[in-house]
Design a protein around this ligand. Structure first.
Ligand SMILES: C[S@@+](CC[C@H](N)C(=O)[O-])C[C@H]1O[C@@H](n2cnc3c(N)ncnc32)[C@H](O)[C@@H]1O
Length: 166
């Protein structure tokens, strides 16, 4: 499934990236998608929104340089799911060397073990924290020492989201 989807072409997004001057690293992007976007569902798989988020945020950051060295960018996202969009935005912050936080909300719990309908389900249920840790290991290998998850703060609306599983 992952091999098929990555062959899909999105000409308008290619044009947008060219016009705006920012494009996410393709290998890194498809690897992230393998863990967070390749799921079993009836509608066609498409995760091209991650490219748009990365390019648009990178451009925005370029157009809005920090007014002082302590300036931080705060991004609110509703709907974390497996963290794909948040991680694409964290990569833009990192690549642009900007301090910031992505505060992302979901009704799905963050610290409760569950299945996520993704490739990392193969060895049992996991918390989102554990899923994120898997991704951050890859990120460390691919991009250097700082994990992208340090830019991301997940807020779960689930009342009994057990912290003992973290
Ligand atoms: C389409 S997914 C989000 C996809 C994600 N942004 C990405 O790119 O991978 C929608 C998510 O919104 C969450 N959601 C639905 N209603 C919500 C609400 N009222 N508040 C917060 N999250 C909500 C769902 O649990 C689901 O994880």
């Amino acid at each position: 499934m992952a091999k098929e989807v990555r062959l899909n072409k999105y000409h308008q997004i290619n044009e947008y990236e060219e016009q705006i001057g920012y494009a996410i690293d393709q290998e890194w992007f498809h690897d992230l998608a393998l863990h967070t976007q390749i799921v079993v569902k009836e509608s066609p798989l498409c995760y091209a929104h991650g490219r748009v988020l990365y390019s648009a945020l990178s451009y925005y950051l370029q157009q809005h340089p920090p007014a002082s060295p302590t300036d931080m960018v705060t991004i609110w996202e509703t709907g974390t799911a497996r963290g794909f969009s948040a991680i694409c935005m964290a990569k833009a912050l990192k690549d642009q060397q900007r301090a910031g936080t992505i505060i992302t909300f979901d009704v799905l719990p963050h610290r409760t073990s569950m299945y996520w309908n993704c490739i990392d389900d193969w060895d049992g249920p996991k918390t989102r924290v554990e899923l994120s840790n898997l991704k951050s290991e890859k990120t460390v290998q691919a991009m250097g020492s700082t994990s992208l998850v340090s830019w991301i703060q997940v807020v779960s609306a689930t009342l009994n989201d057990s912290p003992k599983n973290t």
